[in-house]
Write a new protein. Structure first.
Length: 372
């Protein structure tokens, strides 16, 4: 063999070896949400999640986040993901009823959401593992669903004293989905305003009250206008999607990279729920220090709320059927059974976040295999 041939052969072998030894191609993924970069969802949920995925992939997956509606407001982000404008984003399904009917049928159960841990876990399990029509809703928009969280309990927060039905009568209340129905049933006038638009609406007097998580007092700074908060919880939003992926982007990721994302979802869900609850407590304290009053609901307010709750599951079924959701009764009753299952798990583990994460992994995320 000539010297030149030997050199050429050696070079070829070296190049081949380098190719086989090369690490997986690095991926820079994008994420968008309408909340600000200082919101707990960003600081305690998504931000640490990104860091863990990057670490677990040895830097091969990195993220660029766009906060504060830079890539779209709540009603626009579903399309932004599906169209590939961003790779992933937060999705609030209650603003997207016609696009995500099955998902909305479940998350509209605000009023019965009395245990944010049980309902938050059940939403992940039911949509990911037991609800084919939910998955199809998202697939139809070129999206792979990955994780949801539940907010802290929803409260009625107003710019004047509102604790009784008489005081609520005629008040313009920012409320979405079944919470809007609840407010209307109690004498208020529901107004369709997204949470991102809430501050300006209260500032201008477009709304007198807002139904939402106490964390919004500081997260959206509506403490600037809220003078009274009714301390009796009205329920919770249980269907906020925190993580998903454009289906084409997901399919292009390596199996190892997809697994790194899946492995970190239980902690993402737990961290976000715990942070929301902690911020709610802090927000109430800050608002009280600033002069806001925390008031108990009047007897007629409580009685009306319980009356509505007693028929809410059946009302949700009827609404879903009216909206054209197939097998609505079977779906919502199945979700209720999943909630009951998680009530038992939560009762057993208590307020142990690590145990909650382990249960999420064991019961849900270890079993979820997004179709490609």
């Amino acid at each position: 063999m000539t010297t030149t041939l030997k050199k050429t052969t050696a070079l070829g072998m070296a190049l081949a070896s380098a190719v086989f030894a090369a690490p997986a191609a690095a991926e820079e993924l994008s994420y968008a949400h309408y909340v600000s970069s200082v919101h707990v969802l960003a600081t305690h949920g998504i931000g640490p999640f990104f860091e863990r995925v990057t670490e677990d992939t040895d830097g091969e997956i990195t993220w660029t986040a766009y906060w504060g509606g830079a890539m779209g407001e709540p009603k626009e982000l579903l399309g932004a993901i599906g169209d590939g404008i961003v790779d992933s984003a937060g999705v609030v399904d209650v603003y997207l009823k016609s696009q995500l009917p099955s998902s909305v049928a479940l998350s509209s159960l605000f009023v019965v959401g009395d245990d944010v841990l049980a309902f938050g876990a059940a939403m992940n399990e039911y949509q990911l593992l037991h609800c084919p029509s939910c998955i199809e809703d998202y697939k139809g928009h070129n999206i792979v669903p990955l994780a949801w969280y539940s907010t802290s309990p929803y409260l009625l927060m107003c710019t004047s004293e509102v604790a009784s039905l008489d005081q609520l009568a005629g008040k313009k209340v920012r409320a979405a989905s079944r919470m809007g129905t609840l407010m209307q049933s109690m004498g208020g006038t529901p107004v369709s305003v997204t949470s991102a638009e809430m501050y300006e609406a209260m500032q201008r007097g477009t709304v007198d009250c807002s139904v939402g998580a106490a964390a919004w007092l500081t997260g959206y700074n509506i403490k600037d206008f809220v003078t009274h908060v009714v301390e009796d919880p009205l329920g919770a939003y249980i269907g906020a999607m925190i993580m998903d992926m454009n289906a084409d982007v997901w399919a292009d990721l390596s199996e190892e990279h997809r697994q790194a994302i899946l492995d970190n979802l239980p902690k993402l869900v737990a961290d976000t729920i715990w942070a929301y609850n902690s911020e709610a407590d802090d927000a109430i304290k800050q608002s009280l220090a600033g002069g806001t009053k925390l008031v108990p609901a009047a007897d007629d307010f409580r009685m009306k709320l319980e009356e509505i709750r007693s028929v809410e599951w059946e009302a949700a079924i009827e609404q879903a059927e009216s909206d054209g959701v197939e097998n609505a009764r079977e779906m919502i009753e199945g979700f209720r059974e999943t909630v009951d299952k998680w009530r038992g798990i939560v009762k057993e583990i208590g307020d142990d976040k690590e145990a909650f994460e382990a249960a999420l992994e064991r019961e849900i995320f270890s079993k979820y295999e997004p179709s490609l």
